[in-house]
Structures are given as C-alpha cells and as structure tokens.
Design a protein around this ligand. Sequence first.
Ligand SMILES: [Fe+2]
Ligand SMILES: [Fe+2]
Length: 243
Amino acid sequence: MCDDDPFPQAGRVRMIVPAPIGRIGTSVPDPEPAMFGQLDPEHVFMMGDNPALPRMPDRPRLVDFLRLRMSDMVIRHLTVSARRALDDGMEEKIVLACLLHDISNGCLVRTDHGYWGAQMIAPYVDPEIAWAVQYHQPLRYFADEAVGYAYPASYDAFFGADFLPPDYICRDAEHARGHRWYMSARLVTLYDTYFFDSGPAFDPEIFTDIIGRHFREPEDGLGFDGSPSAHMWRSVIWPNNFI
Ligand SMILES: [Fe+2]
Ligand SMILES: [Fe+2]
C-alpha cells in the first residue's frame, strides 16, 4: 500500500459508529439507529483505512503504532518515562516496559489499560515485560516508601481525594508485592510521569535498538501474524471499522 493508492469506499460517505466502550455512559448520543436510516448507495459504514488517519504500512511494526496512532500527549508520556529509565541505567527490559506501559490507553482502551496492554504485547516480549505492564496498574495506587514511590498527588486531582481503588486492584497489588518480578512493575510506576509534564517527546527512534533486541516483530506485521493479540493491533490500525 502506498500513499497514492485510493482509500476503500471512495466516493461515498463513510459513516463512523463510535465504539460502545468509548461512548456508553457519556453524553454522546448513539448515532447508530439514525445512521441505519441513511444507508444508501452513497452512504456506507466505514470499513478499512480511514482517510482521516495516517495510513499504516502493510506490515506495521511497533514504531509505526507509536508514530501513527498515539496522540502527542501519550507519546511524550511514554518516551519520557522510557528515557528516564534509560538515563538511570535501568536494564533494557525495564526501559521497554516503560515505553509500552500505557500503550492500551494510548491507542486502544483506557479502562483496565495495564491488563489490556499486557495482553497486547505478550506474544512479542519477555513475560516479565508484559507482567510489569499489567501490574504497574494496580501498583500505581500503593506507595512503597522503601523505593521512594508515593501515591500520586495527581490521582487526588484525577479521581478525588477520597477515591479508593476497587477490590480487584487491591488484590492484584497484593499479589504483585509477593512476586519475584515485583520490582520490575514497581520500576515502571517509578518512571511513570504525569501526563501534564511539560517538555518535548523523544523520537521513538532512539529506542530502535532496544525494541530490536526485546520486541519480536512478526514477519507479517503486527495485526497479521495470527497471534492471540493480533486483533488488538488490527483494531488500532482500523479503529473505526463498523464491525
Ligand atoms: Fe498506566
Ligand atoms: Fe503512565
């Protein structure tokens, strides 16, 4: 696929029904019933490449997702976290975990983002990296004074000062505390920064060597290798597909 190739459904109005997980419970009304009434030869539901998004290569690699599907805010957050770990001399597995820790809320699903993100990357990384991504989520809510990690002040602003994490988060944090990889996930929380940190993002290119050594890029591209999480990567390539 090159940039001059036509987009699918050309010449027609491509209607986008927002994913339920990002719409239900919000004030955004469900447009689907009205859109069904608009279907005709000129109006279709979107399937395939969305001309409003940068087109992904046929065999996309991790860096393509970082460059073409993340907001500026998220790529800054991820690259700053990873760069801080790198500058502190952390081992490369930790640097990659930092780089990927919020990949799900960056481009796929916000709720339970650590769990989604871990599943997404699991076929391609050392199990310890996926584990650290999963458990950074519950551990974020619990201080560890021995390593200088405090409950994030930003969470009071985000969720209210009286917020208490749900039972499953408490249970999973407790499980993580007793695990041999605890410090890997804890380090991700330590290098986690706040989204409102100022400063520029780093080009993901600076992590090329680390990605090359620790992320198994599938020959057919992420999304097309038949792995258990291939559909998650395809959903990021085509986030607006009707089905
Ligand atoms: Fe996170
Ligand atoms: Fe984060």
